[in-house]
Write a protein that binds this ligand. Sequence first.
Ligand code: PBG
Length: 326
Amino acid sequence: MYYPVARPRRLRSSANMRRLVRENHLRVDDLIYPIFVTGGRDVQKPVKSMPGVYNLSIDRLLAEVSLVQDLGIPGILLFGIPDNKDAVGSGAYAANGIIQQAVRAIKDKFPELLVITDVCLCEYTDHGHCGIVHEGKVLNDPTLELLARTAVSHAQSGADIVAPSDMMDGRVKAIREALDERGFANIPIMSYSVKYASAFYGPFREAAGSAPQFGDRKTYQMDPPNIREALREAEQDIAEGADMIIVKPAMAYMDVIAAVRRNFDGPLAAYNVSGEYSMIKAAASLGWIDERQTTLELLTGLKRAGANIIITYHAPDVAHWLNEDI
Ligand code: PBG
């Protein structure tokens, strides 16, 4: 009779045995919930391509935030949908812009919750690009000043962390200097350092009304086949003062998350984007996959890849499931 020397199955024999040897854990502490805020009162407009996600007016947002806080989720990531757009995205840095109002309202009622603001112009420009456009080109350097103004105005409204997602070169340094000069040296920057020009952002652009009106984002967001470039992007942002970095999207880029993790010790977020969310929702609604199991498996996979923060539209459901398990 032949007996295998190693029997990995010994450590899989029961739920408690598996718990004991489990290497990675998804926790409510890891989660950040993205929310879309819009003007008006009593607005809860469903985003068709993202079941369970809404555009919320500030009053409704406060109710949602209260639930998020009760679930134990440490923070939210805010996206603004302004009433008016223009060529230079003035709504992004207006003292009374939608984000500025929303942050003040949230911090007033929920001072403990971490409020992270997405710093970008695409939701605020009439052309839908993340920077100033001149003769069909997205200009880098003139955009930096506007991003810095946006970040400062978010900080002045009470944001705890600013998260630039525009992918202009040098924006972390520009934002860091502007924050420091205005007395916000203690506000961290969570940079979307490694952000690919991805088709998985489709549903987000419906949610935020931010689809580019001409062309695409390929001259500023990264080319999906590249990974060495991701390391250079991350390194550069860290050198410019990024406190945390984001890899985005998550699912199709787990190798990138793992590679960045090997080079960077600090907080690393994976952004589980709109298209990834919608795929699970769609398949689950057809009864083709189990929503709870697949979502937990996917997000735990992001932890295994090396992320320690997960930005996801599934956050409230996940928090619910994890709290239930305890
Ligand atoms: C804004 C921004 C985008 C996302 C986050 N910030 C869209 C884009 O770059 O087109 C995508 C988020 C998602 O798909 O969930 N620049």
